[in-house]
Design a protein around this ligand. Structure first.
Ligand code: GRF
Length: 218
């Protein structure tokens, strides 16, 4: 695996989606604008066939695979199918972007698979904590701040070592929707920022988080 990426050897990125695809769209735009470089999105995998994210991938003419959990006998077969698509695309870095299925990632994708979560982990994460559920929980807990977290993926939902976080304030009168929008703005900066760090410093840059379990703040 290359440690550094260059124009001749851009980072080969895969994006896994299940829904709206706003994270995917942001990454596409950054790459197209030359603000996330040198990066090539070589594979999009969607766990659903008819979501807006699929349309975004098609419009951008990106290689797209639909891998639905219900088409496989069990979680192992489903996970093997995802890993097989990634292997064939010779992916360097995998980013989960609103991917709602459980991919049992094999050892070879450990340390190079990231997720972004719309809260300050380790709070407000785990199964069922997605979309507006997250923001409603933050408001119900009376927190003064929320934010987003990029973390390495392990076998548990929203659990792996934290790589970077951005805080946003919770404002008086916030609803889950207004808070979601503020967090989304932060997400659109944080994910490309972290991916660019990987491009600039190599996949090995992520290893520091594996070993320490520490976090850096953007
Ligand atoms: C984002 O809020 C992200 O934090 C979470 O899922 C959402 C993705 O939305 N993991 P979209 O499908 O990219 O629009």
């Amino acid at each position: 695996m290359s440690t550094r990426f260059s124009k001749d050897h851009p980072l080969r990125l895969a994006v896994l989606i299940s829904g709206g695809g706003s994270t995917l769209r942001n990454l596409i735009r950054r790459v197209e604008a030359g603000h996330l470089t040198p990066v090539r999105i070589v594979q999009v995998i969607s766990s659903r066939a008819t979501v807006p994210g699929v349309g975004i991938a098609r419009e951008a003419d990106l290689p797209l695979a639909i891998v639905r959990r219900r088409d496989y006998a069990d979680g192992v077969a489903f996970s093997d199918a995802i890993s097989g698509v990634l292997d064939a695309a010779e992916v360097d870095l995998v980013v989960l972007a609103g991917f709602l299925c459980h991919w049992q990632l094999p050892e070879r994708y450990r340390g190079r698979t990231l997720n972004i979560h719309p809260a300050l982990l380790p709070e407000f994460g785990g199964q069922g904590m997605f979309g507006c559920h997250v923001h409603a929980a933050v408001l119900a807990a009376g927190r003064a701040a929320s934010g987003c977290t990029v973390h390495l993926v392990d076998e548990h939902y929203d659990h792996g070592p934290i790589v970077a976080q951005t805080c946003v304030p919770v404002m008086p009168g916030d609803t889950a929707a207004t808070l979601a929008e503020r967090v989304a703005v932060a997400e659109r900066e944080l994910y490309p920022y972290v991916i660019q760090q990987v491009v600039d410093h190599g996949i090995a840059w992520l290893a520091q988080f594996e070993h320490t379990g520490g976090k850096s703040t953007h």
